[in-house]
Design a protein around this ligand. Structure first.
Ligand code: AMP
Length: 232
């Protein structure tokens, strides 16, 4: 099953992505993580991407698109993949659809977590990353997942702010890109929804991002369960 997964920064996409990856046994390809790993390893790709990421701007398409297309050709993607953080603009969506079409591959499902911009921002401002496991939910602005003092509420680990969560300007910049319906991420969402209208595929799964993590997971599993996709 090939899935493209959309949601603004702060919508809980990373957490739900991990659940999908485990349930469907497909690689979770997160462009943001690929970039961050390359930055910490000091690779050429990382050096090229660093300044854009720090400003909350998109890494240029000439770098990002081939990186993702090459990743999708790796052996672990042969039974499907979950793309998270890509496509992030209209051009990436068009190019992805074209590249997949040439290979005779379809996007089977589009998942979109719907969340208002103000709520997404509040979430990002409060979120803290556990050094032991980045999927441990900790957020200063939400009572249900408030850290235990300055330690992780799950394992007591040290908490950090994500580097690109520290600047309000960078958060706003990322949301400007996401909520842009002309050329940005919402334009990419609409592009694949139009493909769906024409071809009947991808199936569209919309999730209410205002709910808590467990509720979003329940909605996700229930909606995905309606499709006749094989779970390995
Ligand atoms: P994320 O972890 O998804 O918030 O991504 C962190 C940063 O990586 C973004 O703010 C961009 O600078 C960069 N990035 C991630 N995905 C893409 C993409 N599809 N196209 C361009 N830049 C990206």
């Amino acid at each position: 099953m090939n899935i493209v997964f959309f949601g603004p920064n702060g919508s809980g996409k990373g957490t739900q992505g991990t659940i999908i990856k485990e349930r469907y046994k497909i690689p979770h390809i997160e462009t943001g993580i690929i970039f961050r790993e390359n930055i910490s390893k000091g690779t050429e790709l990382g050096n090229k991407a660093r300044a854009y990421i720090q400003r909350g701007e998109l890494v240029p398409d000439e770098i990002t698109i081939p990186m993702v297309h090459n990743r999708l050709k790796e052996a672990d993607c042969s039974n499907g993949w979950l793309l998270d953080g890509f496509p992030r603009n209209l051009n990436q969506a068009v190019r992805l659809n074209g590249a997949l079409g040439r290979e005779g591959v379809d996007v089977d499902v589009l998942i979109q977590i719907i969340l208002k911009r103000e709520t997404a921002k509040k979430r990002i401002m409060g979120r803290r990353i556990c050094v032991n496991d980045s999927n441990h939910p900790n957020n200063m602005n939400f009572a249900a997942i408030k850290p235990d003092g300055d330690r992780c509420r799950i394992c007591g680990g040290e908490l950090k702010k994500r580097h690109d969560d520290q600047s309000q300007a960078a958060i706003d910049q990322r949301h400007d890109i996401y909520y842009d319906t002309e050329n940005g991420t919402l334009a990419a969402v609409q592009y694949f929804k139009d493909v769906s209208d024409r071809k009947g595929i991808p199936a569209i799964v919309e999730l209410d991002g205002r709910n808590n993590v467990e509720e979003v997971t329940r909605e996700l599993i229930e909606k995905l369960g309606k499709f006749k996709f094989q779970v390995s």
